[in-house]
Design a protein around this ligand. Structure first.
Ligand code: NAD
Length: 484
C-alpha cells in the first residue's frame, strides 16, 4: 500500500506554508478516494511569492551568478528528480491516474529539461555592433526578473520542468501556480531547488484555484513574464491579464492534431505510433494524435489494425501498472471522463461509427474510458474539430493529397501534425503546407527537448523547448558608448 503524506503545503521564499484559502482535497481518479489535502493559496500568498521572487532578483544573488555556476545548479535539480524517482512516481500516478511506468517516463523527461537548459545557461551571449571609432556598442540579454508559470494537470512535472528550467537557467526567479487536480508531485521541485543550493525565492510553488490564485498571479503588477500552459479560454484570460501589465506571455494551448496516412505508409510502425499518439496518458496530451486522416484505399485495413491494438490495452489503476507495456490508466477526473464520453455519444449521434471502445470498463469505479476509435468522422463534426483530451481517436478519409491537407488544417488549432509515407516529395509538401508548429514525418513525437515546440493558430504563441525557448526568458539591452 502506498502511504502518502496527508497534508502538503505551498512553498514560498524557502518556507513551507499554509494557504490563505484553506485546503483542497486531492483525489485519486482511479478509486475516487481522497489521497491527501493541499494548501490553497489566495491572492495574498501569491503576492508573498511574487515579492520573494522579486526580492531575490533585485539582490542579484541568482541573476548575477556566473552562468556556468547557475547552469550546474539547474542541472543538479534534474539529477535530484532522478534520484527521487521511486518516491515521486507513485504520487504522480495516484494523483493523475497514469500508469506507474508512464510516471517514470514523465519524471525522466522532467529531469532532461534541467539537463538541457542547465547546459544552455552559458550559451546566452551578446554581440558588439560596430558604429565607427567614436562609439563602442554591445547588446546583452538580461533575465526578465519574475517569471510566472501556470501549469496544467496532464503532465504536471514535465510542463513545470519545461518552463522552470529555462527560466532559472537564464537567471529569472519563478512563481509556479500548480494545477489544483495534481499539485502534490510539484513539491519535489522545491526540494530539488533546496538540494541544489538555489537561493530562497528562486522557486516558489503555490496550489490555488485558477480563478483565484491563477488570476492573481497572471495579473500581478510585479510579474515580468508569464508562461501559461492550458486551455484556450484560460489562455485568453491570462494573455489579457498580462497585456494589462504590458508583459510578454507564452501561450501553450490545446490541439486537434492530425496524422495523414498515405497508401504507401508503413502500417506496422504507424499502428505503434497511434498507440503512443492517442493512448499515452489516456489521450490527455496537448500534442495527441487525435485525428487520423487516411487514404481511402487502406482505410478498412488500418481501422481494423488500430482497433485490434486498442483492444489489447489493459485499462485499470495506474499504480498496478509498473511495467512499460500494453496498458492505460485512469483519466484525471470523473468530470474529464464524462466529458469525453459525452463527446463520443454525440459523435455517434451525428453519424460517426464506433470501431471499438467508447464505454467505461465494468471492473473499475474510477475515471476510466476504454481506448476508443471512431470512424466515418467528417471534418464538420464537433468530434473532428474540438479537443477531447481523452483516449478517443477520430478517423477521417481522403482521396487526393490536397484534400488531406485541407482537412488537417480545418480546425482552429495548429499544434503538431504528421505525415506517413515513403514518398519524400509528398512528405515534404505536406510538411510545408500543414498549419502546425511541428510536423512529424513517419514518427509521431519525433524530436525532443532540443526541438522547438508550440502552436500556430489557437494552439498559442511563443515556443518552448530547444534554444528558441531561451528567448522567452530574456530581454534585449543595447548599450551604446560614446568614446571621449
Ligand atoms: P485549464 O486552462 O483549465 O487550466 C490550466 C491552468 O490554468 C490551471 O493551473 C488552472 O488552475 C489555471 N487557471 C484557470 N483559470 C485561470 C485564470 N482565470 N487565470 C489564471 N489561471 C487560471 O487547462 P487544463 O484543463 O488544466 O489543461 C488542459 C489543457 O491544457 C488542454 O487544452 C491541453 O491541450 C492544454 N495543454 C497544452 C500544452 C501545450 O504545451 N501546448 C501542454 C499541456 C496541456
Amino acid at each position: 500500500m502506498n502511504e502518502i503524506k496527508q497534508y502538503w503545503q505551498n512553498y514560498i521564499d524557502g518556507e513551507w506554508v499554509d494557504g490563505g484559502a484553506g485546503r483542497i482535497d486531492v483525489i485519486d481518479p482511479a478509486t475516487g478516494k481522497t489521497l491527501a489535502q493541499h494548501a490553497l493559496a489566495d491572492a495574498r500568498d501569491v503576492d508573498d511569492a511574487v515579492q520573494a521572487a522579486r526580492h531575490l532578483h533585485q539582490s542579484r544573488d541568482w541573476s548575477g551568478l556566473r552562468p556556468v555556476d547557475r547552469g550546474r545548479k539547474v542541472r543538479a535539480m534534474g539529477q535530484y528528480l532522478l534520484h527521487k524517482i521511486d518516491e515521486i512516481a507513485p504520487v504522480l500516478t495516484l494523483e493523475q491516474g497514469k500508469p506507474l511506468w508512464e510516471s517514470r517516463v514523465e519524471i525522466t523527461g522532467a529531469a532532461r529539461y534541467f539537463e538541457y537548459y542547465g547546459n544552455q545557461a552559458e550559451t546566452i551571449e551578446g554581440r558588439s555592433i560596430p558604429l565607427g571609432d567614436k562609439y563602442f556598442d554591445f547588446t546583452t540579454y538580461e533575465p526578465y526578473g519574475v517569471s510566472a508559470q501556470i501549469i496544467p494537470w496532464n503532465y504536471p512535472l514535465e510542463m513545470t520542468a519545461r518552463s522552470l528550467s529555462a527560466a532559472l537557467a537564464t537567471g529569472n526567479a519563478c512563481v509556479i501556480k500548480s494545477p489544483e487536480l495534481t499539485p502534490l508531485s510539484l513539491a519535489w521541485f522545491a526540494l530539488a531547488a533546496e538540494a541544489a543550493g538555489l537561493p530562497d525565492g528562486a522557486v516558489n510553488i503555490l496550489c490555488g484555484y485558477g480563478r483565484q490564485a491563477g488570476a492573481a498571479l497572471a495579473g500581478h503588477t510585479k510579474v515580468n513574464q508569464v508562461v501559461f500552459t492550458g486551455s484556450v479560454p484560460t489562455g485568453i484570460a491570462v494573455a489579457k491579464a498580462a497585456a494589462l501589465n504590458v508583459v510578454p506571455c507564452v501561450l501553450e494551448l490545446g490541439g486537434k492534431s492530425a496524422a495523414i496516412v498515405h497508401e504507401d505508409a508503413n502500417l506496422d510502425s504507424f499502428v505503434d505510433d497511434v498507440r503512443w499518439g492517442i493512448y499515452f496518458n489516456a489521450g490527455q496530451t496537448c500534442s495527441a494524435m487525435s485525428r487520423v486522416i487516411v487514404h481511402d484505399s487502406i482505410h478498412d485495413e488500418l481501422v481494423d489494425r488500430i482497433a485490434d491494438m486498442a483492444e489489447t490495452l489493459s485499462v485499470g489503476p495506474g499504480i498496478d501498472r509498473p511495467k512499460i507495456g500494453a496498458n492505460m490508466g485512469a483519466m484525471v477526473s470523473l468530470q474529464q471522463r464524462d466529458r469525453a464520453e459525452i463527446m463520443v455519444t454525440e459523435a455517434i449521434g451525428s453519424g460517426a461509427n464506433l470501431a471499438t471502445g467508447g464505454r467505461r470498463p465494468k471492473r473499475h469505479v474510477g475515471a476510466f474510458l476504454e481506448p476508443t476509435v471512431l470512424t466515418d468522422v467528417t471534418p464538420d463534426m464537433a468530434i473532428a474539430r474540438e479537443e477531447i483530451f481523452g483516449p478517443v481517436l477520430s478517423v477521417l478519409r481522403f482521396q487526393e493529397d490536397e484534400d488531406a491537407i485541407e482537412i488537417a488544417n480545418s480546425t482552429q488549432y495548429g499544434l503538431v501534425g504528421g505525415v506517413f509515407t515513403r514518398d519524400l516529395d509528398r512528405a515534404t509538401r505536406a510538411a510545408q503546407q500543414m498549419r502546425a508548429g511541428q510536423v512529424f514525418v513517419n514518427e509521431w513525437f519525433a524530436g525532443g527537448v532540443e526541438t522547438p515546440f508550440g502552436g500556430f493558430g489557437k494552439s498559442g504563441y511563443g515556443r518552448e523547448k530547444g534554444r528558441e525557448a531561451l528567448w522567452n526568458y530574456v530581454q534585449t539591452k543595447n548599450v551604446a558608448i560614446r568614446l571621449g
